[in-house]
Design a protein around this ligand. Structure first.
Ligand code: WQD
Length: 340
């Protein structure tokens, strides 16, 4: 299929592009490079040994987007582009509503003008906030705790309503849990322009001696070892979920459209201390840490039931925590060697 990937030089978009190219899809990436690097393109091509078209473009630039669709007959859009920092969204909420929500509305209008009626949207498990039930299901109650989560939920609702008025549209909304790791080649991984305060980037800072120790935000949660529990998923498993979603849409070519939500995680919850211990073990690197106060806004545990994605998308995560920790360190080590 002829696939447009928005935000395709980002962490998830670039790894999904590699998975798409592996299945011989034609991929065009658009990205405004506000939080990713052009080098990622070369990395995608080095890993996939295939060319990928790239246009630097901001989805808010209606004219440029219209011109892109006029020149290309896309079959489907996979929409990753958007700002993704919870903290930043609290400081700059309007940026998130404008950048994430408005650009998605523009994208849908241009798609409609050029008769492109299939889209896979990158949503987030952050819409669940403090989980009402564990493991989470797609039917679990949402609880919006920050503007980032709000922006993702507004876009989900927009597409749900849009499909009710455009019945032949086929829409899949993927709620990602916590993606970590890197492609096994070590040639590509997470390299944002704006550093974000997620767990794995900080573990890598300690592992590469850029930081003395890791701060563990609280060990008084109601979990086995008291530290936060999350459904960490290997980035390549998450990438494959997009290929499976595309296959699902392709195999449902009938006139009737749909708008389906899927939780994309491993179905397992790993605690912060388990991540630290696994990372240390598989990479034989000490990760000193100190228990500090809880981080405001953190939930105690979040992991998902994965039966719906298995049943409908025939997709299930294959890689385990050791793979995630081994692959991410291989990437980081290659970056350290390159920069020294
Ligand atoms: C995980 C656990 C922390 C850093 C994020 C955001 C958002 C989303 C991915 C897209 C928690 C603990 C962390 C540290 C720590 N992306 N931690 N020390 O908070 O689950 O949510 O998920 O949607 O970026 O919603 O991920 O990696 O920030 O934290 O102890 O230095 O690690 O308290 O328990 P989180 P995270």
């Amino acid at each position: 299929m002829n696939v447009l990937v928005t935000g395709g030089t980002g962490f998830i978009g670039s790894h999904a592009t590699i998975a798409l190219l592996k299945k011989d899809h034609d991929v065009t990436i658009v990205d405004n490079l506000s939080n990713s690097k052009i080098d990622t393109l070369r990395a995608i091509e080095n890993v996939s040994l295939k060319k990928v078209r790239f246009i630097e473009l901001d989805l808010l630039d209606i004219k440029a987007l219209d011109c892109l669709f006029k020149k290309n007959k896309f079959d489907i859009v996979i929409h990753f582009a958007g700002s993704k920092s919870v903290n930043e969204s609290i400081e700059k909420p309007l940026k998130y509503y404008f950048n994430n929500v408005y650009s998605s509305i523009i994208l849908s209008q241009i798609m409609k003008k050029y008769d492109v009626k299939k889209i896979i949207f990158s949503s987030s498990a952050t819409v669940y906030g403090e989980p009402a039930d564990i493991p989470l299901k797609e039917s679990s109650k949402v609880s919006i705790l920050n503007p980032y989560a709000a922006s993702k939920y507004y876009i989900e609702n927009y597409f749900r309503e849009y499909q009710k008025q455009n019945k032949d549209w086929k829409i899949i909304l993927l709620r990602y849990f916590n993606p970590i790791g890197a492609h096994e080649s070590g040639l590509i991984g997470e390299s944002p322009k704006v550093p974000h305060n997620n767990l794995m980037p900080y573990i890598l800072k300690v592992a590469s001696k850029e930081s003395e120790y890791l701060q563990v935000f609280g060990d008084d949660y109601d979990t086995e070892d008291g530290t936060g529990v999350r459904d960490f998923i290997h980035i390549m498993d998450l990438a494959e979920a997009h290929v499976s979603s595309l296959d699902f849409i392709s195999s449902n070519q009938g006139p009737d459209g749909f708008c389906n939500i899927f939780n994309i995680g491993t179905g397992k919850g790993y605690s912060v201390l388990e991540i630290i211990e696994t990372f240390s073990k598989v990479n034989n690197i000490e990760i000193p840490y100190k228990i500090v106060d809880r981080r405001p806004g953190d939930v105690s545990q979040s992991y998902t039931d994965v039966s719906l994605a298995k049943k409908s998308l025939n997709w299930k995560a294959k890689k385990d925590l050791s793979d995630m920790c081994r692959d991410v360190w291989r990437w980081k080590s290659s970056q350290l060697k390159k920069n020294n």
